[in-house]
Design a protein around this ligand. Structure first.
Ligand code: ARG
Length: 600
């Protein structure tokens, strides 16, 4: 479905072509002076330069041809040669009608859908989530939804960090702390003869009884700190990592337990934030691909020895900054972060064959991805441009450093949900909702408000920008906040409920008031915002649109009585406009990963 700018652009391009000028100069954009026009055409100026003619003359000629267009109430030449267009009320009403009856709320599909994989979240076993993971989850989820909405076939993968050095650290720390576990699993290099399901169950039970998520949360930082100070411990952990990767059976049993415990908790917390991965594949999933991959890299002459390790060189002569090589095999013989990433490119090729892979990961990993992508192209695993790092800045605390908890620790997802949820509950109680809703409905509303608070605060910024986490401001019901947006949607919902109670129905849309015109123009701009967000992989364009729409509705609602409209036809029209607004607002919310409650 074409928006007004595109539809008018076709007519204007024809007008330019008929005047013997290049059609591309007929591009139509929203007017920068809404009090003068709805749309404008700026192409007469560059067209005149090329033709060596007077721009006002060219504009006048194109304008003359456009004047016959029934959708246009006025076509004026202004200034040095701009063409200002104003639409008729009927044309706006017609466009509003299409949007109102469109299940996609005016958002179009891409011409050539692709298979797109979004790699986001990237939580790690045992290591705590930090703000980088949080932003990755929020931004990645939104991009996944946007690409899918526009017709691409999209798979979102958490790319669980479950195969690195942290696994070796956990293994040796647990063996040290629990002699009984060590006695059972440490000797198991391979599956022992006669090892039964019951034996496995006994080990699992012992692990479940002794190693819970809290234990991992406690043990990992201790072990990480110890490895820094204690070389022997570090070497043991390194060896354990390599042995795990080589398939040492006892370590695999431990690993599986760590993996399951962490993943279950993460899945629950992510879900509470409206973040759901299609795949929880991880670094470990590509383990078996690594050996043949290394052999192939060697065969292709891409692998070089380097101080006991093996690397792929990716630096180019014209590089502006020094890029390290890709470390493929460490001196202990283990696979590194970049190794699993490279093998993951191959794995994805096998099961999904993506045409585009979006890595929504912290900007600080830009070099890492550049190195991996270059190696992938060198090896023939991907074509140039097919792998894309979509980086972002950090969420900072008031001190300008990456956000930490009050106690100074990295923030845990669970604690963050608690903190933002607590704030939402407080605000809702202040608004008097505590008494109005059942406890379940109150809690559900508070979580929706909390999610909107957090996500809108993040997504309203261009992703490259860092921002300061200011919960007081983000959770306010006024201003450019998630709660404000939800509140506008809730207002429309209650208006529509009341209409139903009164037996008033939506009907044919007719446009007369300036606030109605403005609302339709904003509704019409949705598709353009989606296109920007899609092309720039930047959900802030959707957030911005949702905010504009909420504001336009607010002005419309203040200026144009709906239920108390002068006549039934006007009331029916305004109800239809309100419903269309709600539909588009909720569609935009869906793309941002937030949801409006029924009341708030
Ligand atoms: N687990 C990684 C980290 O914590 C993020 C993973 C990002 N995705 C990837 N394919 N490397 O930094």
């Amino acid at each position: 479905m074409k928006d007004l700018a595109a539809a008018l652009g076709e007519a204007a391009s024809r007008a330019f072509a008929e005047a013997g000028l290049e059609a591309r100069f007929g591009r139509v954009t929203p007017s920068v002076r809404p009090e003068l026009a709805d749309f404008q055409i700026n192409g007469a100026l560059p067209a005149a330069k090329i033709a060596g003619r007077n721009p006002r003359e060219i504009a006048a000629e194109a304008a003359e041809r456009l004047r016959g267009d029934a959708r246009l109430a006025s076509v004026e030449v202004a200034g040095p040669g701009f063409i200002n267009l104003r639409l008729t009320d009927a044309a706006l009403a017609e466009r509003a009608e299409t949007i109102a009856t469109d299940p996609r709320a005016g958002g179009s599909l891409v011409d050539a859908p692709r298979r797109v994989l979004v790699d986001y979240g990237g939580p790690n076993v045992a290591k705590e989530m930090h703000v980088g993971h949080l932003r990755s989850s929020i931004i990645g989820e939104s991009l996944k939804r946007l690409y899918r909405f526009r017709g691409d076939e999209v798979v979102g993968d958490a790319h669980f960090g479950d195969w690195g050095f942290q696994m070796g650290l956990l293994i040796v720390a647990i063996l040290d702390e629990h002699p009984a576990i060590a006695a059972l699993v440490a000797p198991l290099a391979v599956v022992p003869p006669g090892f039964s399901e019951a034996d496995r169950q006994a080990i699992d039970d012992l692990l479940t009884a002794n190693v819970a998520l809290d234990d991992l949360d406690r043990i990992y930082p201790e072990a990480a700190a110890r490895a820094k100070a204690d070389e022997t411990f570090r070497d043991r952990a390194r060896r354990a990592t390599a042995e795990l990767q080589e398939g040492r059976f006892g370590y695999r049993l431990l690993w599986r337990h760590f993996h399951e415990v962490t993943r279950a908790a993460l899945e629950r917390d992510f879900h509470a934030l409206g973040i759901d991965f299609d795949l929880w594949k991880g670094e470990s999933d590509v383990n078996d691909l690594i050996e043949p991959m290394v052999a192939e890299l060697r065969e292709k002459g891409l692998l070089f020895p380097d101080q006991g390790a093996e690397i792929v060189r990716v630096a180019r002569n014209d590089d502006k900054r020094d890029l390290p090589p890709l470390l493929v095999v460490s001196s202990e013989g283990s696979a590194m972060y970049g190794t699993t990433d490279l093998a993951t490119v191959l794995d994805r090729r096998r099961y999904f064959d993506p045409q585009l892979v979006i890595y929504a990961v912290d900007q600080r990993q830009a070099d890492h991805f550049e190195v991996v992508f270059r190696a992938a192209v060198l090896a023939g695993y991907a074509t140039e441009g097919e792998l894309q790092h979509v980086g972002f800045g950090t969420m900072n605390g008031a001190d300008g450093k990456p956000f930490k908890t009050r106690a100074g620790g990295v923030l845990k997802l669970r604690d963050l949900i608690e903190m933002v949820g607590g704030q939402a509950r407080e605000r809702l109680r202040e608004a008097g909702l505590g008494a109005e809703l059942t406890p379940e409905a109150f809690e559900d509303t508070a979580m929706k408000v909390a999610v909107a608070t957090l996500k809108f605060a993040d997504l309203q910024n261009f992703r490259g920008t860092s921002y300061v986490f200011d919960l007081d401001r983000f959770s306010s019901f006024e201003g450019k906040t998630g709660p404000y947006l939800l509140y506008q949607a809730v207002r429309i919902k209650s208006l529509l409920r009341k209409a139903t109670e009164e037996g008033a129905e939506a009907g044919v849309i007719a446009i007369a008031e300036p606030a109605e015109r403005d609302l339709v123009l904003v509704l019409d701009a949705f598709d353009h915002a989606l296109g920007e967000a899609y092309d720039k992989r930047a959900p802030n364009f959707i957030a911005e649109h949702a905010y504009r729409l909420a504001q336009a509705f607010s002005r419309f609602y203040a200026a144009c009585p709906v239920l108390a409209a002068a006549d039934a036809a006007t009331r029916a029209s305004r109800l239809a406009l309100s419903a269309a607004t709600l539909n588009q607002l909720e569609t935009a919310f869906g793309l941002l990963g937030i949801e409006a409650p029924e009341r708030m």
